[in-house]
Design a protein around this ligand. Structure first.
Ligand code: C2E
Ligand code: MG
Ligand code: MG
Ligand code: MG
Length: 288
C-alpha cells in the first residue's frame, strides 16, 4: 500500500510538473505574440518632488493587455519572462516605449518629466543593453538625463564586475540610476561607495507603518540621512496616508510616490493629472 501511495504521489507530482511546464511554454509563446502584436502597455505613476510640490518624474510600470484575460500586472508575467529570458525583449520594448513617450511630450506641458524604467538583474546580463538604451534615446532624440533606470540590490550580489561595468556605461551615457526596494536586498552597502547611484528608493515595507512603528521610523530616517550624507537623493515608495507623507516631508525625504499621490495611470490619465496641477492642495504642508 505504501508503495502504491508512493507511486500515486509520484505520478501526481510529475503530472503537476508537466502541467506547469506546458503552461509556462504557452505563456512564453503568448508573451512573444504580445510583443509582436503590441499588447504591452506602460502605466505611469507620478513621483512628487517634496521641495517644489511638483511632479518631476514618473515611474513606468508595464502591464499586459491580454486578449482574453484582461489587463495583467507584472507579477503575472515578469517572473516567468525572467526565467525564460524573454525579459530581454520586454525590457527593450519598455525602453523604446518610454523614449517614445518622452519624445511625444516634448514641446508640451509634460516635457520636463523624467521617466524611470525598471530593469531586472537578468536584463543587465544582456551585453547589448546599453547600446539598446542608447539607440532608443537617440532614435527619439531624447536626452539621457530624462531617463532613469531602477535596479534592485540583487545586482550587487553576483556578477559584480560585469554589473559595475554596465552601470558605469549607463552612467556615462547620462542615464540616472536608482536603487529600488532599498533595504530589502541582503546586499552589502559597499556598492554605495563603488557604484554611481543617484537615488535610493526606500521600500514600501518600511513606509507602510512608518508612523506607527518606532523601528520603521528609525530605519527610514537613517536611510534618508545616509543618502543625503552620500550626496544621493532619496524617495519613499508606497505612501498611502497623509501621516506618512508628513513624516517624510518632516524628515526631508526628496521624492514621494504612492497611491496617495497617484496610482499608476494610463498615459492620458497621467496627462490630465499633471495638467490639473495634480490637485496637491490637500497634500501640501500649508494646507489646513
Ligand atoms: P516596483 O518597481 O517596486 O514598483 C512599485 C510597485 O508598487 C508597483 O506595482 C506599484 O503599482 C505598486 N505601488 C505603488 N504605490 C503603491 C502604494 O501606495 N501602495 C501599494 N500597495 N502599492 C503601490 P506593479 O506595477 O504591480 O509592479 C510590480 C513590480 O513589477 C515592480 O515593483 C517592478 O519590480 C516590476 N516591474 C514593473 N514594470 C516592469 C518593467 O517594465 N520591467 C521589469 N523588469 N520589471 C517591472
Ligand atoms: Mg520600481
Ligand atoms: Mg519598488
Ligand atoms: Mg519591486
Amino acid at each position: 500500500r505504501a508503495k502504491e501511495a508512493g507511486r500515486n504521489n509520484y505520478q501526481f507530482y510529475t503530472e503537476g510538473m508537466q502541467d506547469r511546464e506546458v503552461r509556462r511554454l504557452e505563456l512564453d509563446k503568448d508573451l512573444n505574440r504580445a510583443l509582436s502584436e503590441d499588447q504591452l502597455v506602460l502605466h505611469f505613476q507620478p513621483q512628487l518632488d517634496l521641495a517644489t510640490q511638483q511632479i518631476g518624474s514618473v515611474e513606468a510600470l508595464v502591464r499586459w493587455q491580454h486578449p482574453t484575460r484582461g489587463l495583467l500586472p507584472p507579477a503575472d508575467f515578469i517572473p516567468l519572462a525572467e526565467e525564460s529570458g524573454r525579459i530581454t525583449d520586454i525590457g527593450r520594448w519598455v525602453a523604446l516605449a518610454a523614449c517614445r513617450q518622452l519624445a511625444a511630450w516634448q514641446g508640451g506641458p509634460l516635457e520636463h518629466l523624467r521617466i524611470a524604467i525598471n530593469l531586472s538583474g537578468r536584463e543587465l546580463e544582456d551585453h547589448d543593453l546599453v547600446e539598446n538604451i542608447e539607440a532608443a534615446l537617440r532614435s527619439n532624440n531624447v536626452s539621457a538625463g530624462q531617463l532613469e533606470v531602477e535596479l534592485t540590490e540583487e545586482i550587487f550580489i553576483d556578477n559584480l564586475e560585469h554589473n559595475l561595468d554596465q552601470l558605469k556605461r549607463l552612467n556615462q551615457l547620462g542615464v540616472h540610476l536608482a536603487i529600488d526596494d532599498f533595504g530589502t536586498g541582503y546586499s552589502s552597502l559597499a556598492y554605495l561607495r563603488d557604484f554611481p547611484v543617484d537615488l535610493l528608493k526606500i521600500d514600501r515595507s518600511f513606509i507602510t507603518r512608518v508612523t506607527e512603528r518606532h523601528d520603521d521610523a528609525v530605519i527610514t530616517r537613517a536611510v534618508i540621512n545616509l543618502a543625503h550624507n552620500l550626496g544621493i537623493q532619496v524617495a519613499a515608495e508606497g505612501i498611502e496616508t497623509e501621516a506618512q507623507l508628513n513624516f517624510l516631508r518632516t524628515h526631508r525625504c526628496d521624492l514621494a510616490q504612492g497611491y496617495l499621490i497617484g496610482r499608476p495611470l494610463p498615459v492620458e490619465e497621467l496627462e490630465t493629472l499633471v495638467a490639473k496641477g495634480v490637485d496637491l492642495g490637500h497634500l501640501s504642508h500649508q494646507a489646513p
